[in-house]
Design a protein around this ligand. Structure first.
Ligand code: ADP
Length: 428
């Protein structure tokens, strides 16, 4: 602590010097009034002791200045227990009055307790300042948070508005799609019909060149009808109008039929179509046309994305589908092992069929394997044939999901792709 003594009696100086050195306080003293005044002007100690005498009030200005300092020092007056002096000391705002003659132990006690008080006051001031700082920080952060909340509310409202606008636009797009495709389908189907009549030479013989041109034109009509049908399917699905007509479905017969339908296309590309069907495949209850649409799409894609000379495998097997088990490959392995061990027939206890279409084609990059099931999604890097719209797999997934099934792809670039779907034997 830092102590200043203003004195005129040398015995007082001696007593304070002893106290200060004993308790390791920083001590200075002034006996000259003018020097004392100038020291007091810039003094920033903790305790100021003034020995009283005539004209104690002459220190009033200095004392007041010191009182306004932060942290404020304590004032002690020393005197001869004279009533006037005590009154003056109190008026000047003294914190203590010590009477002479000084007793060293009493002086030490009084000064120590005063200094402790000063210390406590300083600590309290620091704590108050800190709490004020924290309060200000809290206030600023609260205001910041209020602003952020207001901004978020605004963004949320804007988002809601944008969302509702998007919904309207989507609705308009769906309506347009449904009407436009419907209007397109009738004339194109009529055109295709007339092509057939001409090609069958029901209206007269055709030259070979005329036949060739008409055949190409008929193929374009077929492609156009396919695209129009996909768009119609999509608009029906978007409008929540995907209706399934459940009937009994024989997997073997239908797979054979679809493979036969694709025979020409695969032969043209010199691809081998290999059908692997397990014996005793169970009957499935499903929408026959829609499941065949999925199979046709998968097979057409394999033909499209497999270079000449490649192989395409189509297989079907009974499957015990326990939906909580996420690892289908592992479950299949366990089922196979159990079957081998027990000689259990393959459709024993099965509740689904697993159909796979695999090819030795160009493959699909891992980052695209999920998104190809989204509408209008095509893998830009592997477009060997740009005739599609990127809708086939999206529609296939909706159809399989609507049956309570599941469809996914495993693929490796430049090695091939394997599309698998699970179809429950009956709707749940
Ligand atoms: P698209 O009419 O374009 O074939 P799909 O929805 O059927 O539309 O397929 C989406 C995309 O997935 C295709 O454009 C193609 O990039 C990729 N794809 C589908 N099947 C295969 C496959 N067997 N091999 C490689 N890529 C495939």
């Amino acid at each position: 602590m830092k102590i200043l003594l203003i004195y005129h009696d040398p015995t007082v100086l001696a007593a304070f010097e002893e106290f200060a050195s004993k308790f390791n306080h920083e001590f200075s003293a002034q006996s000259d009034i003018a020097d004392a005044r100038s020291t007091l002007k810039n003094y920033n100690g903790n305790l100021i002791v003034i020995e009283t005498g005539p004209g104690l009030s002459c220190w009033q200005n200095e004392i007041e200045e010191q009182r306004n300092r932060v942290p404020r020092p304590s004032f002690v007056f020393l005197g001869n227990m004279c009533t006037d002096e005590i009154a003056q000391a109190s008026e000047l705002g003294g914190d203590a009055y010590i009477s002479k003659p000084l007793h060293d132990k009493l002086l030490a006690m009084n000064l120590s307790s005063l200094l402790r008080m000063v210390q406590l006051e300083n600590d309290l001031n620091t704590a108050l300042e800190e709490s004020e700082r924290v309060q200000n920080e809290l206030k600023t952060s609260l205001e910041g948070q209020k602003e952020a909340i207001a901004e978020k509310e605004l963004t949320y409202r804007e988002l809601l508005l944008a969302y509702s606008r998007l919904q309207n636009l989507n609705q308009q797009k769906n309506n347009f799609l449904a009407t436009a495709t419907h209007e397109l389908r009738t004339p194109v189907t009529v055109m295709k019909g007339y092509h057939r009549i001409l090609l069958d030479e029901r209206l007269g013989k055709l030259l070979p060149e005329q036949k060739e041109v008409l055949q190409e034109s008929e193929q374009s009509c077929t492609r156009l009808i396919k695209i129009v049908n996909s768009l119609l399917d999509l608009s029906r699905i978007e409008a929540g109008k995907l209706e399934l007509v459940y009937q009994s479905y024989d997997v073997t017969t239908n797979l054979k039929m679809i493979v036969t339908q694709q025979k020409d296309a695969s032969t043209r590309k010199r691809l081998s179509l290999i059908l692997r069907l397990e014996k005793g495949l169970p009957q499935v209850k499903c929408d026959r046309d829609k499941v065949n649409q999925v199979l046709t799409n998968l097979l057409e894609n394999s033909i499209k994305y497999t270079p000449s000379g490649g192989k395409i495998y189509i297989s079907a097997r009974p499957y015990l589908w326990e939906k909580r088990d996420s690892s289908i490959a592992k479950r299949l392995q366990v089922q196979e092992e159990r079957r081998r061990r027990t000689g259990e027939s393959s459709n024993h206890r099965c509740n689904a069929v697993m159909v796979q279409v695999s090819d030795t084609g160009i493959g699909i990059p891992p980052e695209n394997q999920q998104e190809i099931f989204e509408e209008f999604s095509q893998v830009s890097s592997n477009q060997m044939d740009r005739t599609g719209l990127g809708l086939g797999l999206a529609i296939s997934r909706r159809i399989i999901n609507a049956h309570g099934g599941k469809i996914w792809v495993d693929s490796q670039m430049n090695s091939g792709s394997r599309f698998t779907f699970l179809l429950p034997l009956s709707p749940s």
